[in-house]
Design a protein around this ligand. Structure first.
Ligand code: AMP
Ligand code: MG
Length: 500
């Protein structure tokens, strides 16, 4: 029996094995995608499909029907997940997948379980007044940025495919409709825990925690205090993730608790953006009027979100409420230290320092302060510092990034002395720096150009070009050097939008 079903699963184009659909029915609503008029496959991520163990030839041939939701493959158990969430600090008990439908899960070639979800696949019981659809622009944006994050080496959801639906969606203007196929370690969010806690469903919180531990933190299953260990491990992943966001100049833009994945992956690429000139107070999102999710606010918001998860777990931490609160507070406090540790480690590496020394924090912070004052481009500053580590004759290219180039000399002297004391060869230092200081990031103006060409002329070549260059962000690609440049005057993107 077992053997038969396994053989059968192996011959399916997507060998589904759906653990979430086996959780209590209160966790989700079963709902099929709504078929669309005239789907066309824009892009299929062959490498990811292979990693997931999917039938690449079949998916490539029938991609338009499959990745639009028009054809449901055997083994899929479509459902919309229930969740709540704090949005900009205010609690909304009733969110859930309003335009996303989980088709099911697969176990990839390394044994990792991954969700396959259609985003923009039609209304669900959680759609409220929304149409359940996605516009082409946000779909391309998520495709580009999530795949760039993967290539940059950060934990992230992935993009398996994008289709246009042949149907319009109505936003501020009429937009082409599209569907993104998203792959994630899971779509369980802080808000998923809040959903059950808000209903005082303790059994639900426990079942979800057990599922999340088994799936994302399997080493903790036998811990004497598995729920505290889970909270603490999540805190560390969150601290590490946000430190890495800062280290590449990423602003998530909408760190609501429903957009925080329990797996520790980056999820929900709505109004996200990368810094050009360094400014810790930078905000791009049109709806973030008070800068709640500004670049440098992200670590603190990570802790705020962690506190919201901790609240849902209190009854599992200790039967005595006071003891539970004390335990949770210990994790919250440790988060601050963990963040600082991960961040300083990342920034040291960016400066080419392989061993910790007193004074490193000042060296990092003084550079950042200077970059801010002098409006230096975040990405190019570090990339050209790597060039400078190998070749002193490139100093002018580095200093030219600062409004007043001469102002960098004192800091550069300190940095040279500090790097010199490490005893690594200049070539080795530069090579190490180039593995953490990307040459290419998804610059906002490039994303907008790719979207504009696709939307107005159905020209996907800028989108394809951008994906190609961002697949190797740490390699110099001289023929692609315009993609490394910040926006020219007039090209700057001032605002980004959720695009819902
Ligand atoms: P987001 O801003 O993408 O994190 O979405 C917040 C909430 O709004 C989630 O519950 C989404 O499912 C829901 N939502 C966003 N866009 C739509 C839409 N077009 N139709 C239905 N629900 C939506
Ligand atoms: Mg969301």
């Amino acid at each position: 029996m077992e053997a038969t079903s396994r053989t059968q699963a192996e011959t399916l184009p997507i060998p589904f094995d759906n653990s979430y659909a086996r959780l209590p029915e209160s966790f989700f609503s079963r709902v099929d995608p709504t078929p669309v008029e005239a789907p066309v496959l824009i892009r299929f991520n062959r490498a990811l499909a292979e990693e997931l163990g999917l039938d690449v030839a079949r998916l490539e041939a029938d991609g338009a029907a499959i990745f639009s939701g028009n054809t449901l493959l055997p083994g899929a158990e479509p459902l919309a997940m229930a969740y709540s969430g704090h949005q900009f600090g205010g609690f909304n008990p009733q969110l859930g997948d309003g335009r996303a439908i989980l088709l099911g899960e697969v176990v990839d070639c390394t044994g990792r379980r991954r969700d396959i979800q259609l985003k923009g696949a039609g209304p669900t019981p959680y759609s409220r007044r929304g149409d359940g659809r996605a516009a082409l622009g946000p779909v391309l944006r998520e495709y580009i940025v999530s795949e760039a994050m993967q290539a940059l080496g950060l934990p992230t959801t992935r993009a398996l495919a994008a289709v246009v639906t042949g149907e319009p969606v109505y936003r501020e203007t009429v937009e082409p409709g599209a569907v993104l196929t998203r792959v994630a370690a899971s779509h369980i969010r802080v808000g998923t825990f809040q959903f059950h806690a808000a209903r005082d469903d303790r059994a639900g919180v426990k079942a979800l925690a057990d599922h999340a531990i088994a799936r994302h933190y399997p080493d903790l299953a036998n811990d004497p205090q598995p729920y505290l260990a889970f909270l603490s491990a999540f805190a560390d992943r969150q601290a590490s993730l946000i430190a890495r966001w800062l280290s590449i100049g990423f602003i998530h833009g909408v760190m609501n608790t429903d957009n925080v994945a329990i797996s520790g992956e980056t999820i929900d690429f709505g109004p996200c953006a990368f810094l050009d000139a360094y400014d810790p107070a930078k905000v791009f999102s049109s709806i973030d009027r008070n800068g709640r999710y500004a670049y440098a606010a992200q670590p603190g918001i990570g802790q705020w979100n962690l506190a919201r998860l901790a609240e849902t777990l209190l009854p599992l931490l200790d039967p005595d409420e006071e003891a539970a609160v004390t335990a949770a507070n210990g994790v919250l406090k440790a988060y601050g230290e963990r963040f600082q540790h991960h961040w300083l480690a990342a920034m040291r590496a960016k400066l080419g320092l392989s061993t910790p020394q007193d004074g490193d924090l000042d060296l990092v912070q003084d550079l950042l302060t200077h970059m801010h004052q002098e409006e230096a481009d975040f990405t190019l500053t570090f990339r050209r510092l790597a060039d400078l580590a190998a070749d002193p004759s490139t100093e002018d290219r580095f200093t030219a990034l600062f409004r007043n180039p001469a102002s960098t000399s004192l800091w550069l002297d300190r940095w040279r002395r500090r790097v010199g004391a490490e005893g690594r060869s200049p070539t080795d230092t530069a090579a190490a720096m180039r593995t953490v200081n990307p040459a290419f990031i998804p610059r906002n103006h490039r994303i907008e150009q790719a979207i504009a060409a696709a939307r107005t002329d159905a020209d996907f070549s800028p989108f394809d070009a951008l994906l190609r260059v961002l697949a190797r962000p740490y390699d110099d690609q001289p023929e692609m050097s315009p993609f490394a440049e910040p926006p020219a005057p007039g090209e700057e993107v001032l605002r980004t939008f959720c695009g819902t």
